[in-house]
Design a protein around this ligand. Structure first.
Ligand code: SF4
Ligand code: SF4
Ligand code: SF4
Length: 205
């Protein structure tokens, strides 16, 4: 446990992270990792996509020495994108909800395809696919190209954050629509029913 950082803004910590939302750090997304650093629960060396630029920026912001990437963090294949073997895809759609940028298109029971320009290569779809028909291939895109500094990466990070926010909104809307469709229909009370009958009778005369 480290000391909490109440004097450093959570947004400033989050701004050092690349917004790839790949979960390599061990947290649900970049914001959750930023919160863990802010509260003193996590070290600054758990973000592989952020590279040296992120660790150095966090070290300067939090007034700590820069450290190398933690040993227990999985590697990250920079400048790769996911490719679906469309002949093997069963159209189960399991890869859609985990994709932070909504880079996969396809309807249920139809083959799915990755829009390479929007793919970060985070591999979350690969973990979700039940038939193992997604692999990574080396392709550099605006969503995954490596930048040497936070300033150069700023527009890419902003784009990825926007896409992730939109993704979360879409998931929430889907959950709410499902809940509404399954909600028990409440019968109108007697007074409302009577008023409705009278109104309709009046309209007919
Ligand atoms: S990009 Fe870095 S901070 Fe964001 S989820 Fe991946 S490892 Fe965690
Ligand atoms: S398509 Fe797969 S690898 Fe690419 S961003 Fe989406 S989940 Fe990540
Ligand atoms: S999870 Fe795999 S099999 Fe299912 S739709 Fe996605 S790519 Fe196809």
């Amino acid at each position: 446990m480290l000391a909490p950082r109440p004097l450093v803004r959570l947004d400033s910590i989050d701004a050092c992270l690349p917004q790839t939302q790949c979960q390599r750090c061990g947290y649900a997304d970049c914001r959750a990792y930023a919160e863990a650093m802010h509260s003193g629960d996590a070290l600054i060396n758990r973000c592989p996509p952020g590279g040296d630029a992120t660790r150095e920026a966090l070290a300067a912001l939090l007034n700590q020495p820069s450290v190398s990437l933690a040993d227990d963090v999985d590697g990250y294949a920079a400048e790769h994108v996911a490719l679906i073997d469309e002949a093997a895809c069963i159209g189960c759609a399991a890869c859609l909800p985990p994709c932070p940028t909504d880079a996969i298109i396809g309807a249920s029971k139809r083959m799915h395809t990755v829009i390479a320009a929007e793919c970060t290569g985070c591999e979350l779809c690969i973990i979700a696919c039940p038939v193992d028909c997604i692999s990574l291939v080396p392709v550099t895109t605006p969503a995954n190209c490596v930048h040497a500094s936070l300033a150069e990466r700023a527009s890419q990070s902003a784009m990825l954050r926007d896409r992730y926010d939109a993704h979360k909104r879409r998931l929430l809307e889907r959950v709410e629509a499902k809940a509404e469709a399954h909600a028990p229909k409440v019968a109108p009370d007697k007074k409302t029913l009577l008023a409705d009958i009278l109104a309709r009778a009046k309209a007919r005369t």
